[in-house]
Design a protein around this ligand. Structure first.
Ligand code: PHE
Length: 345
């Protein structure tokens, strides 16, 4: 036995390269197997004279440790490359197709309404969905015993004190928030989600969406309101759309009206969508009640304004002749796909 032989085996070990696990196993047998080179050196070591044992023992042990470490290292890198090669995937195949989603029809209509009013110079304002009694009812001139303030109609988050928290039942609360913080004149629309304690049916849901409009300036009249709604109806339902106003009541507007648009399906002849009347109800509106202006610190002698509110699902149903509101909440892909690309007004 000589030191040169041990160094030679060291050198071979260092130069070792293996691509596959099979080659690694062959290398292990070559160096460390029963008849391996290093095993043979250990055999030889047994017959080395006692006084020489010290000189060879240490380098021999180092050689064995280095061989074990090297084989381990080669094995794990061969395993990794075998896994990459042998995964069975055909890497030349085209990739898996991920379907692209499309915008929800309610979002499409909300955006259309926002775009129309932006063209008229309205800003967009938003407010919280969890509101207090003050912004949903009190500041909007609802009397203390109004039925909307009842558990039957409104979802309360906390009750039992003067200004309970609740889920807003209409976006009119954003009117109040806007009047509190915006400088005059105000011209905003407020899209958002609203909540009412209603049984779910083809015509009603406990969650739906509204867009509120508010315009306050000096000398705003009912004629301005009528013009804004007419222009909106023509943008949304077609250039030949007509509107009519019917007297109505809301605590926060005086006078108040409900607005119908001429039926865009039968063009006034009468069909089952408009129930033979030729008209479809689209929104509620009116002149902002002076009490509401004053509650938010606006001088009702100097300023006047109008407000309107419409249900987005309702507009979407009329526009696309969908006869069941629940389709908008079930998210059946067959339904949603019909609106792919429907972004034009
Ligand atoms: N907030 C009313 C509703 O939810 C709609 C409305 C808004 C009416 C603004 C008049 C003015 O029914």
């Amino acid at each position: 036995m000589t030191i040169e032989i041990i160094e030679k085996v060291f050198g071979e070990l260092n130069a070792l390269k293996c691509k596959t696990e099979k080659e690694v196993e062959e290398a292990r047998v070559r160096f460390l197997g029963k008849k391996g080179e290093i095993t043979a050196l250990f055999e030889e070591f047994r017959s080395v004279d006692g006084d020489q044992k010290r000189a060879f023992g240490r380098p021999l042990n180092e050689l064995k440790q280095a061989a074990l470490a090297k084989i381990e290292e080669l094995r794990s890198s061969a395993q990794a490359s075998d896994a990459a090669e042998g995964s069975g995937d055909d890497l030349s195949l085209p990739g898996e197709q991920y379907e692209l989603g499309s915008r929800h029809p309610v979002s499409i209509v909300r955006q259309q309404i926002v775009d129309i009013f932006r063209k008229f110079g309205y800003d967009v304002a938003e407010g919280p969905e969890i509101e207090d009694d003050y912004h949903v009812f009190e500041a909007l001139n609802f009397p203390p015993n109004h039925p909307a303030r009842d558990m039957q109609d409104t979802f309360f988050v906390s009750a039992g004190h003067l200004n309970p928290l609740l889920l807003r039942t209409h976006t009119s609360s954003v009117q109040v928030r806007t009047m509190e913080k915006y400088p005059l004149p105000i011209r905003v629309i407020c899209p958002g989600r609203v909540f009412r304690n209603e049984a779910i049916s083809a015509r009603a849901h406990c969650i739906f969406h509204q867009v509120e409009g508010l315009y306050i300036d000096e000398n705003v009249t009912f004629a301005d309101l009528k013009q804004a709604i007419l222009l909106f109806a023509r943008e949304m339902f077609g250039a030949d759309a007509q509107i009519r106003m019917r007297p109505s009541f809301f605590p926060f507007t005086e006078p108040s009206a409900e607005v119908d648009v001429s039926c865009n399906i039968c063009h006034g002849k009468g069909c089952n969508i408009c129930k033979g009347t030729g008209w479809l109800e689209i929104l509620g509106c009116g002149m902002v009640d002076p009490n509401v202006l004053e509650a938010s610190g606006i001088d009702s002698k100097k300023y006047s304004g109008f407000a309107f509110g419409m249900g987005i699902e309702r507009i979407a149903m009329l526009k696309w002749q969908v006869n069941d509101l629940r389709h908008y909440f079930e998210n059946d892909l067959r339904f949603l796909k019909e609106f792919e690309g429907a972004t034009e007004v």
